[in-house]
Design a protein around this ligand. Sequence first.
Ligand SMILES: [Fe+2]
Ligand SMILES: [Fe+2]
Length: 297
Amino acid sequence: MSNDAAIAAADYAMRNWLGAEPGKIKIGSDAHKRLFCRMLLDTHNPYKPAVIVWPTLGADALHRITSLPIWDIAVQTEGRATLRVETFTKTVKDPLLVDALTMDGGEEARHKVVLSKLVEAYGIALAPEPEYEVPKDPEWGWLVTGYSECIDSFFAFGLFESAKRTGYFPAELVETFEPVIQEEARHILFFANWAAWYRRQLPWWRRPLFALKVLRVWTFLIWERIGIAKGLDTNGEMQDANFAMTGHEQMGIDLKVGELIDICLAEDKRRMDGYDSRLLRPTFVPRLARIARFFIR
Ligand SMILES: [Fe+2]
Ligand SMILES: [Fe+2]
């Protein structure tokens, strides 16, 4: 196979996947666990960040890319996600789940390498990275990362597509970065199924506690994003955490919020469509977006 054909095959394989076990699958069963773990493991794209060729950008495009206020938070988010996933993985005993989580954490670490290469290639100055803290409650860290990705990826799908359509991101750069965005789609698909599986296999008396924890995570994430926490945070993190919501304004993309939501919804569906239909799709954020869309013209 030529190099181009191998790349195209890996790209197709990361987006399209059917489980080998036939028949109906009960959510929360062992077969369900095998399905979402195998999905993540089998669709891994083995690209190497070190060999990515970063396209030479014209002065305008270069300025647009380097002045985006997202690079610090992007690098730090990947760094924090890596540590949180790795910490949680150490608490898990099931070998297949450990393999899948190790893959997930490894991909987060690879995202950070991709970003650091991009930053280096385009001469973007980064703020020094903070010391990442090992979460005291590994499950809390995993849930925060998982649900954050569900919010951020949903908006990233739409922003990425808008930036592509308007030419804000040059086509070559879109192509280079595309696998990273699809990887986040796989991550939230994996996470949504893990959460449904995990809840169902807990003993009944632990389920309300878990539901409460999930509610606390969502409260934390919404609070963080709406920016009520402003002022509690001294390093400007809140402003950046809001990028998912205000990104299109900051990027100067001339788009109505309603149109952006439509693109997010369409892209979310498109990116999930290639995977086994027996897997659950992340639905909470798309549902909220649909409700919001109803009120936004
Ligand atoms: Fe990531
Ligand atoms: Fe991720």
